[in-house]
Design a protein around this ligand. Structure first.
Ligand code: 5AD
Ligand code: SF4
Length: 443
């Protein structure tokens, strides 16, 4: 039997796509293995969001080239966003790559494998589709707590810094029926949590059904203990979505809300479609309707033309909101995007300085938010043993924070009550308590 090996870079969408490709390979007689050294087919599922992500792949390909020299029959495939971005150009410098597959080409893998076997020449397939959502295919998942469920693909927002609309093409959604079927099957396979995925997850729309309708339908699938989703766009969050989250206990109270920048001029240049005031109003609305909801964000520093004063506005917005955590990035020019045409680029040293001050502020906010949880009793899903001790569990709160606590008699996949006792860095610490409601009933 032949073996395949997939290495995944970038976002959760890529994780989900790798699971899809895994199932395609398995249906075509390949077995999964975890090392390159004895694999007959090696895939790199790549990311192109920042320059650094692409550089990593180039150097990884350099290493894999040596492996291919040792074992020339090994198939080497590049898939995902960088593959879509570089297309056949990559073959000029790296002719040893066998396949270059864009995110909409995976259904054709069996055919591509056959063609390659017959001709033994490199194949580039980077056609983007307006319709491909991989309906009716069931990913081959690793066992665990959470199943990633891709519900829509592509992005039509065209933020001026972002390469995604070019690498993943136009927005399209799966049918609610197809998604619910997959959720049911994931529950049957033992998953207790699902995370709905899409580049703009809440722009989901299928024949008149919108994201809140889908959320409601997923929440009602029996056996689904927790539902998460990522990443939403602020523009597409409405009260309906928040009401559905409020009214269903298994919809986790945590929202990733990418701010990107605080200044109105920069937001406009980024084509983010909201102003600072609108973003702040949205945060208040979320906190009114979903008290205690976890809020995380993405922020880019040093977007072309961003002045020191405009950057300070980002810090001011952060100070007002105090996110639970933030992913922070230095702007990285992506060829083909609108922002590369802007003239006044910020220097690398200035970007670095801004990034560092942002990280310092966010660390303070994370600790502020986490320390507010101390002495609260929160619901935690037991997920895995802590890395530090086999006597300690690690689990996540509804608001997507990791908590460490002594094991006692609990087991993985159990939902337990934990009293938070401390907070350090990004982690909460706690102790198991008996369910206060059950305790009440007995009393
Ligand atoms: N440079 C830096 N960060 C970027 N992101 C997207 N494109 C770029 C870029 N060109 C960030 C955004 C987005 C996250 C996934 O990556 O913050 O929300
Ligand atoms: Fe990129 Fe903006 Fe689309 Fe997100 S919404 S994928 S940042 S273009």
């Amino acid at each position: 039997m032949k073996n395949y090996y997939i290495e995944t870079y970038g976002c959760q969408m890529n994780v989900a796509d790798s699971e899809l490709v895994a199932s395609i390979m398995e249906e075509n007689g390949y077995g999964k293995i975890d090392t390159v050294e004895s694999a007959d087919a090696v895939f790199l599922n790549t990311c192109a969001i920042r320059e650094h992500a692409e550089e990593k792949i180039h150097s990884r390909l350099g290493v894999l080239r040596k492996e291919k020299e040792k074992r020339p029959h090994m198939i080497l495939g590049l898939m995902g966003c960088m593959a879509q971005h570089v297309k056949d150009d990559i073959l000029e410098s790296k002719p040893y790559v066998d396949f270059v597959l864009g995110p909409d080409s995976y259904r054709r893998i069996p055919d591509i494998l056959r063609r390659h076997e017959q001709k033994n020449e490199s194949i580039v397939d980077t056609r983007l589709s307006r319709f491909e959502v991989y309906s009716g295919m069931y990913p081959s998942r690793n066992e665990g707590i959470n199943a990633w469920i891709s519900i829509m693909r592509g992005c039509d927002k065209f933020c001026t810094f972002c390469i995604v609309p070019f690498t993943r093409g136009r927005e399209r959604s799966r049918s609610v029926k197809d998604i619910i079927q997959e959720v049911r099957r994931a529950v049957d396979d033992g998953f207790v949590e699902v995370t709905l995925l899409g580049q703009n997850v809440n722009s989901f729309r299928h024949r008149g059904e919108r994201f809140p309708d889908l959320l409601q339908a997923v929440a009602e699938v029996s056996g689904v203990q927790r539902v998460r989703f990522t990443s939403p766009h602020p523009q597409d969050i409405d009260d309906d979505m928040l009401f559905v989250m409020r009214d269903n206990a298994n919809l986790c109270k945590s929202i990733h809300l990418p701010l990107q920048a605080g200044s109105d001029r920069i937001l406009k240049r980024m084509n983010r479609t909201y102003s600072q005031a609108e973003f702040l109003a949205l945060v208040s609305r979320i906190r009114d309707l979903l008290p205690g909801c976890g809020l995380t964000t993405d922020i880019i520093v040093g977007f072309p033309g961003e002045t020191r004063e405009e950057f300070d506005e980002t810090l001011q917005v952060m100070e007002k909101i105090k996110f639970d955590s933030a992913f922070t990035f230095k702007y990285s020019p992506r060829p083909g995007t609108k922002a590369t045409e802007y003239s006044d680029h910020v220097s690398e040293s200035e970007k670095q300085a801004r990034l560092e001050s942002l990280i310092t502020v966010q660390k303070r906010h994370t600790l502020f938010r986490n320390r507010r949880e101390i002495s609260e009793i929160v619901k935690v899903m037991v997920e895995k043993e802590s890395k530090k001790s086999s006597d300690v569990w690690a689990g996540r709160t509804d608001t997507n924070k990791w908590v460490l606590f002594a094991k006692k008699t609990t087991q993985v996949k159990q939902m337990v009550n934990v009293r938070i006792t401390d907070a350090h860095g990004v982690t909460l610490f706690g102790e198991l308590v008996s369910d206060p409601r059950r305790f009440h009933a007995v009393a």
